[in-house]
Design a protein around this ligand. Structure first.
Ligand code: NAG
Ligand code: NAG
Ligand code: NAG
Ligand code: NAG
Ligand code: NAG
Ligand code: NAG
Ligand code: NAG
Length: 325
């Protein structure tokens, strides 16, 4: 029994669970939705289609640039929204966040997870502070999932009341093009999490062995190796996810803000993955300490034996014989 193995064991178990959650968060509707990699707020997507007739300056530049073809679509949106709310246009602009997406047939938010995408509405409403994410559905989970928001929006717009397509809402194709550049990183993420989880699982078993068998330094070394593999894989994955988050959110906001799409980083996911890294680091360091303590103990026993006389030479002889055999 080696009670000191319990600390790295506990660290490895918690890191194992946390990294599993990184992989599986959001894999089905309502399961840890808050732990997404990023979310898109599409509640005001297409707001530029609605001509503002408020001020003397007339319609906004965006509304005019849409052209006559789209202004008929816009009239349609305006009239349907107006019909639904039964209010004048000035108030509609304020309330648009909560109605527009439903008119277009899309959802108010889309979230990217490691293995799928979820979508839904904000409750109580899209403009409420700290609105809750009410999940409607998620795509089927796949390993190495590629976030294809363009395809999803295209599908939903087509099924919507107004039967629009992406060019009707001025959807910038750059969003998907630039997101696709991140696909390799996302594939790597999946692999790295699998390595991290696998090594953490082995580290748990190895720590149990160290706990029950009176551990040798070799066992400490093996444990250190497994903890290090897991730590490194999770560390690289966490660095990648941090960078991917920043890049994806920046590019979506860069192209999307004009048409009313906003992207937010998933802070809770980052906390989860970095916590797993920190725990695996502690486990790794604990095994370094174990190894050094083991060595100190060994050399103490060794010098004691030598001091007690004779034993060293006969032992050495024995081990030489063993090597010859
Ligand atoms: C306006 O909406 C109606 C259904 O609400 C649809 O039949 C019609 O084609 C739409 N018109 C345009 C120009 O989109
Ligand atoms: C979604 O975006 C709109 C437009 O920027 C904003 O008013 C609203 O507060 C956002 N909703 C949430 C829940 O972040
Ligand atoms: C959204 O919800 C908040 C809080 O419940 C409420 O104060 C606000 O009036 C709502 N806005 C709309 C447009 O319904
Ligand atoms: C989630 O949305 C559905 C309709 O879209 C609604 O019936 C349900 O009450 C909402 N859930 C919460 C917790 O608000
Ligand atoms: C999701 O999986 C179900 C069965 O598990 C299947 O029927 C459905 O077609 C799949 N959907 C997509 C979009 O692949
Ligand atoms: C995303 O969906 C679009 C439209 O269906 C498709 O053309 C494109 O290849 C998809 N991109 C990826 C990376 O899957
Ligand atoms: C989108 O719809 C408009 C008509 O509403 C059409 O002129 C245009 O070709 C469509 N674009 C695509 C890519 O299908």
């Amino acid at each position: 029994m080696r009670p000191s193995a319990l600390f790295p064991l506990a660290c490895a178990i918690v890191a194992f669970v946390l990294s599993m959650l990184c992989l599986f968060a959001g894999h089905k509707p309502g399961f840890m939705e808050e732990y997404h990699i990023l979310t898109l707020n599409t509640s005001t997507l297409g707001h530029n289609l609605i001509p503002t007739t408020t001020s003397s300056s007339g319609s906004t530049p965006t509304a005019t640039s849409i052209g006559s073809l789209f202004s008929s679509v816009a009239d349609n949106i305006t009239s349907t929204i107006e019909g639904d709310i039964g209010d004048d246009i000035n108030n509609i602009i304020g309330d648009v966040a909560d109605k527009l997406s439903a008119e277009l047939g899309i959802k108010q938010w889309y979230s990217m997870h490691l293995m799928d995408m979820c979508e839904g509405t904000y409750t109580p409403n899209a403009t409420a502070k700290g609105a809750h994410l009410n999940v409607t559905s998620c795509t089927n989970e796949t390993a190495m999932y590629h976030f294809n928001i363009t395809q999803q929006l295209e599908k939903e717009l087509e099924l919507g009341k107004l039967h629009l397509n992406l060019s009707d809402i001025d959807w910038p194709s750059n969003i998907q093009q630039d997101l696709n550049d991140l696909d390799i990183a996302i594939d790597a993420l999946f692999v790295l999490y699998c390595i991290g989880i696998g090594a953490a699982g082995c580290a748990i078993i190895a720590a149990l062995i160290a706990f029950f068998l009176r551990g040798s330094r070799l066992i400490s070394l093996g444990n250190w190796g497994l903890a290090s593999i897991s730590f490194l894989a999770l560390l690289i994955a966490s660095i990648i996810i941090t960078v991917v988050q920043i890049k994806a959110v920046d590019l979506i906001n860069k192209y999307g803000n004009d048409i009313g799409v906003y992207a937010y980083k998933g802070g809770k996911y980052l906390a989860l993955t970095w916590a797993a890294v920190a725990l695996m680091f502690l486990a790794k360091m604990a095994w370094v300490v174990e190894f050094c303590v083991g060595r100190a103990r060994r050399s103490r026993e060794y010098t004691e034996k030598r001091a007690s006389g004779g034993g060293w030479i006969s032992r050495r002889k024995r081990s030489d014989e063993a090597a010859l055999r």
